[in-house]
Design a protein around this ligand. Structure first.
Ligand code: SAH
Ligand code: SF4
Length: 352
């Protein structure tokens, strides 16, 4: 059997059994070709259409603080980046983002920010329960980083339904190359187990092409995700930020990100899989191509316009075009052009 035939047989087996060994994952990722990718995307689209039709769920992203106590080497919000323009949104401003989003058709609000202690647990509980009361038909997703079990529990009781926390990379040695010593892969993974135990619809994920990443690291990521069985998986290319230690590192590629999206769709057929802003940043048609590789979610920006250019995780982040929530019609037209449509349903995971 030649290599291409062998790798194709791995894709077929992944589709049938939803699992591969570490060695198989690594050889498939390392040996991918344009022809294999097309074969994979075709299978991924068929599976996605079987479960979700041609619907794309929308999530309104509210980036409510650009302050962060962490110092991840890749991120423009890291505390040592003194060039970052910092802001915080008040409860009233966040509620008005939700109000605006609700009128635009959003039924999921994603509150995302750096790890910012200014927002105490009491503040977050009050905020979450206010959103819950005002829009009982909406899902509330949090993406606030690593917190204690008790904090996560309080936020769930206040009305949060979902939580996004990328594991970033499973391998401890690789994790340590991306983060300062006080952070660890093990703690991140423990947070994810806590979130699942508390009943959150949980999202994990990683950056594609982060510095020092190997196909074996990605194989471990796939095995970890399989084992965690999350409801959502967010992946996007690493993109350097000029004010970080990784300023000169190469960005992750569109091509590898798309390949991994297709693989994730085969491994977890019913998972919610966003075509991320980072994907739209490295290529003008990145998000459409993500959808064609098996993704089924987009997350337009609902933050107030005046802060959008300040939440810079990486350079050239899209923030004024049709990834903005006000431009849903344009986004819908782009998705319609490739045969899909935005829907306003809450879009809970079929995988609860
Ligand atoms: N502070 C929270 C949420 C905000 S960061 C947290 O860390 O979970 C959200 C995600 O942005 C991170 O999980 C990371 O994967 C991604 N990110 C950060 N810097 C990035 C970069 N330079 N390129 C691409 N993605 C990046
Ligand atoms: Fe902070 Fe998240 Fe950026 Fe790390 S990735 S520095 S935790 S905002």
């Amino acid at each position: 059997m030649n290599t291409e035939t062998y790798l194709k047989s791995l894709i077929d087996r992944l589709e049938q059994t939803r699992a591969l060994s570490r060695e198989e994952w690594a050889s498939l990722i390392r040996g991918r070709t344009p022809g294999l990718s097309e074969y994979l995307f075709e299978r991924a689209r068929t599976i996605r259409i079987r479960h979700y039709g041609r619907d794309i769920y929308i999530r309104g992203l509210i980036e409510f603080t650009s302050w962060c106590r962490n110092d991840c080497y890749y991120c423009g919000l890291r505390k040592s980046n003194h060039g970052a323009d910092r802001y915080r949104l008040t409860k009233e401003e966040i509620l008005s983002c939700c109000e605006n989003g609700y009128h635009l058709g959003f039924r999921t609000f994603v509150l995302q920010g750096g790890e910012d202690c200014w927002y105490t647990d009491e503040y977050m509980e009050d905020l979450i329960s206010s959103i819950r009361r005002a829009w009982p038909d909406c899902a509330i997703t949090l993406s606030l980083g690593e917190k204690s079990y008790e904090s996560y529990r309080r936020f769930a009781l206040a009305g949060a339904d979902r939580y996004l926390l990328r594991h970033e990379t499973f391998d401890e040695a690789h994790y340590r190359k991306l983060h300062p010593p006080r952070m660890s892969a093990a703690h991140r993974q423990q947070c994810l187990r806590d979130l699942k135990e508390l009943g959150y619809q949980t999202g994990t994920g990683f950056m594609v092409g982060s510095p020092y990443q190997t196909p074996e690291n990605l194989a471990d990521d796939m095995l970890f995700i399989k084992n965690l069985n999350p409801q959502m998986v967010g992946i996007g290319p690493f993109i350097p930020h000029h004010g970080t230690p990784f300023a000169g590192k190469p960005a992750g590629t569109l091509e590898l990100t798309l390949f991994l999206l297709g693989l994730i769709r085969l491994m977890l057929p019913r998972v919610l899989l966003p075509a991320t802003t980072a994907l739209g940043t490295i290529a003008p048609d990145g998000r459409e191509r993500g959808i064609l590789a098996g993704a089924n979610v987009v997350m337009p920006n609902l933050s107030p316009v005046r802060v959008r250019e300040k939440y810079l995780l990486y350079d050239n982040k899209l923030c004024t075009g049709d990834e903005a929530a006000e431009s849903l019609a344009q986004l819908d037209a782009r998705m319609a052009a490739v045969g899909y449509r935005l829907v306003t349903a809450r879009g809970d995971s079929l995988n609860i």
